[in-house]
Ligand binder design. Structure first.
Ligand code: SF4
Ligand code: SF4
Length: 397
């Protein structure tokens, strides 16, 4: 079960390991599973379309805040709806499907009929990363295709009875996952929780959709297979970890050396010959062992205070992986109650900083040393991690 990459990435899998069935993801369960399904969960999803937004007087949940959040999601939604309706590209090489956001994208044109010979995969990798950045990727890493992180089956919301899974669409003879990181707006995240801050998430998905679809089309145009994917098809965090985009924190998220926990993940699966990146190590696991700010800040107490373990709170957690595991029911329940997504655990995280500034890079170096407790103290004393009222964001220039 263990692979050579596990030693480098710190992934620990045990004999209980089972690939994850997408139908057990908490958002899918909120559709089919009475344990999670509720009127509030339904209103939460409906609210991403303006006529159903539950605007109220609470700071951050006004009409303008929902208007911005839902606009930021719009292009991602349009692309998904194209996949559902199939009205976009009559020349697309695959038929439209019903489950846009739950499936990988298929709205690609036919590429070059023969694979372009690759003499040096290192050159191709460099060019591919150049192209990814040109398309708008914040960062890009590459790892070997690892079937353990592919969903064992995909959720069939509309094509089945709404409960069942269907076969995974991504072929398992591909060689690589290209993992794209899309940073989210730091200022918006200071206003979490709010509908307004959900605009950072929405725009992250919108940018991610564009980058992965364009990147997959570029690879297809070189004559290779490529499948563009957001949250569908595979677990993004272990792939991002293996692709060198960060380390996993106590909050269960990947922490990137530049973006901290403040980014979204997209991926492209391909057989284009590339060179894999090495996992990153800048001290996050050791730092998180001393820090619990995300766990303390989480209103429903969905994050663990103890050491990484294989404990699963429910079927919404993968079996047989030793890690910090959030309680998905508590987390999603809070989202549904407040009628928008929440990333308080991102706002509270000491790695949520602007690493383009020298003093924050110096803090990151300190946090990777045995003086990490001092780094934590400095963050407690000097970082303003309190929630900002949304007027603060709206009045910025
Ligand atoms: S997203 Fe919010 S509710 Fe979920 S774990 Fe983070 S702080 Fe807790
Ligand atoms: S808040 Fe602290 S414990 Fe949580 S992910 Fe960030 S650094 Fe790790």
């Amino acid at each position: 079960m263990r692979k050579p990459i596990d030693t480098l990435s710190g992934v620990e899998v045990n004999g209980e390991f089972e690939r994850f069935d997408q139908r057990n993801e908490i958002y899918c369960r909120s559709i089919w599973d009475d344990e999670v399904r509720s009127a509030k969960a339904e209103a939460f999803f409906d609210g991403y379309y303006m006529p159903n937004a539950k605007a109220r007087k609470t700071d951050g949940f006004g009409l303008k805040d929902y208007a911005l959040r839902n606009a930021a999601w719009h292009v991602s939604n349009v692309i998904r709806d194209i996949e559902v309706a199939g009205s976009f590209r009559p020349t697309a090489t695959q038929p439209p499907r019903k489950e846009g956001f739950w499936d990988c994208y298929t709205s690609h044109d036919e590429g070059w009929p023969e694979p372009l010979p690759v003499d040096d995969p290192a050159d191709t990798t460099r060019e591919l990363k150049r192209v990814a950045r040109f398309f708008g990727a914040g960062d890009v890493g590459i790892c070997a295709f690892d079937e353990r992180w592919m969903y064992s089956r995909a959720y069939a919301r509309d094509t089945g009875d709404g409960v069942d899974s269907k076969p995974q669409e991504i072929p398992e003879d591909l060689r690589h996952a290209i993992v794209v990181a899309q940073p989210m707006d730091a200022d918006l995240i200071r206003t979490v929780p709010s509908a307004l801050s959900g605009a950072a998430t929405g725009l992250g998905y919108t940018h991610d959709s564009i980058v992965v679809i364009l990147l997959a089309q570029y690879i297809r145009n070189l004559g290779y297979r490529a499948y563009a994917s957001l949250n569908d098809s595979a677990l993004g965090i272990p792939l991002g970890l293996q692709a060198g985009l960060g380390e996993v924190g106590r909050n269960g998220l990947l922490i990137h050396p530049e973006f901290g926990p403040r980014f979204r993940i997209g991926k492209v699966f391909t057989d284009l010959p590339l060179v894999d990146d090495k996992p990153a190590n800048f001290g996050v696991a050791d730092f998180c062992a001393q820090c619990d700010r995300c766990a303390r800040a989480c209103p429903p107490q969905a994050l663990p205070y103890d050491a990484p373990s294989p404990h699963r709170h429910s079927k919404s957690n993968i079996a047989g992986v030793v890690k910090w595991t959030p309680n998905a029911e508590k987390c999603f329940g809070f989202w549904a109650n407040q009628n928008t997504d929440c990333i308080i655990c991102v706002r509270a995280c000491p790695y949520n900083r602007d690493f383009s500034k020298r003093r924050h890079r110096a803090w990151r170096r300190l946090a990777a040393t045995p003086l990490r407790r001092l780094a934590l103290w400095l963050d407690d004393v000097f970082s303003d991690r309190a929630r900002k009222r949304v007027l603060w964001w709206w009045q910025q220039h």
